[in-house]
Design a protein around this ligand. Structure first.
Ligand code: G3I
Length: 317
């Protein structure tokens, strides 16, 4: 059986993947992508980010995002919006601007509201705030935090809720998959936002893992966050290795994928799993971690790796 079918038979909403506009002209790639029994959900890897959607103040361009949204629609796949507010891939008019708190508040409100309104009714969930914390649990001192303190989070969430009341609103983060300072800070933020009735529906666990180092506490972390009254999802899964890949590494990777999927399977509030692209051909990993790669469940020639079977087993098959 195929992975989205398996996810659904386990009671999940979807198994999905990130994709990017430049990949959609590759017919070998789309032949596998365009199958909603394999992928029930897609996330645009880049084309809904701030630099892509509002490159100059007040000038919105949705062509790239629309291409992915239309693909989701024509294939009957869920769409995750990614993202409204993030320190990275920010156009310089935002990152280097010097704004008063009032100015930046309305800039965030206008960006989130225009973006979320444009895709209203088409998006299952939005990563409204992406990666707000440093690994040591302190807040990232980006333009948002430096100008507005922690209030930028609720400013963005409120704007998104007004724009599309039916979209699930997420904070998405990495290195929260195990107990530590960063996870604790995010958990405390969730508690604070909930106590203030700020609209927040979900926490995204990115899960950019390393072969042989999948955190054993993942399932427990998913449950800990869900206990605060949010859903959770695995939003950007990949499991990289030091190249070259060997049969032993691929077997370990299979186990690692299986354990990661099994953690979501075991937690009722975990709604689904998204891989951060399904093929090694288009993984972000080698561009960022030199000498590492082979992180996806399909290889660069679109052949299934042992990891594919690991995912299937993780969904209970
Ligand atoms: O669009 C330009 C192109 O015009 C130029 O010729 C080319 C040359 O380098 O760069 C292209 O932009 C690249 C962009 O991806 C589109 O391909 C950027 O350099 C590159 O940095 C960018 O990388 C993206 C990365 O986010 C940026 O931080 C990855 O594709 C994307 O997969 C990755 O996704 C992030 C999530 O959003 C958040 N969590 C972590 C995850 C992995 O880093």
């Amino acid at each position: 059986a195929k992975l989205n079918q398996l996810a659904k038979s386990k009671g999940k909403l979807y198994f999905g993947t990130a994709t990017d506009n430049s990949e959609l002209s590759d017919t070998g790639y789309t032949a596998i992508l365009d199958d909603n029994t394999m992928f029930g959900q897609i996330t645009p890897a880049n084309s809904m980010k701030w630099d892509a959607t509002e490159p100059e103040q007040g000038q919105f361009t949705f062509s790239g995002g629309d291409q992915i949204a239309n693909l989701a629609k024509s294939n009957s796949m869920l769409l995750r919006g990614h993202n409204c507010v993030w320190y990275n891939q920010l156009p310089s008019w935002v990152s280097s601007g010097s704004f008063t708190a009032a100015q930046l508040t309305s800039i965030i409100q206008n960006h989130c509201s225009t973006l979320v309104t444009h895709y209203k009714g088409q998006v299952y969930a939005w990563d409204v705030v992406n990666e707000p914390f440093n690994d040591d649990g302190t807040w990232r001192t980006d333009v948002f935090y430096n100008t507005l303190g922690t209030s930028y989070v609720s400013i963005a969430l409120n704007a998104a809720r007004q724009a599309d009341p039916n979209a699930k609103l997420y904070i998405n983060e990495y290195n929260i998959e195990y107990v530590g300072a960063k996870a604790t800070s995010l958990l405390n933020l969730v508690k604070t936002l909930k106590s203030q009735s700020v609209p927040l529906d979900g926490i995204g666990f990115q899960c950019h893992f390393i072969v042989g180092q999948v955190p054993t506490g993942l399932q427990s972390q998913l449950s800990t966050f869900a206990a605060q009254g949010v859903e959770v999802a695995i939003t950007e899964l990949d499991i990289r290795m030091t190249l070259p890949s060997t049969p032993a590494l691929l077997q370990q990777q299979k186990t690692d994928y299986q354990n990661t999927i099994a953690a979501c399977s075991a937690v009722e509030a975990c709604v689904g799993v998204t891989v951060w692209d399904w093929t090694d051909k288009y993984s972000w990993v080698p561009n960022t971690f030199s000498g590492q790669g082979a992180a996806c469940p399909w290889d660069q020639n679109f052949a299934k790796k042992p990891a594919y079977d690991g995912i299937a087993i993780g969904f209970g098959n």
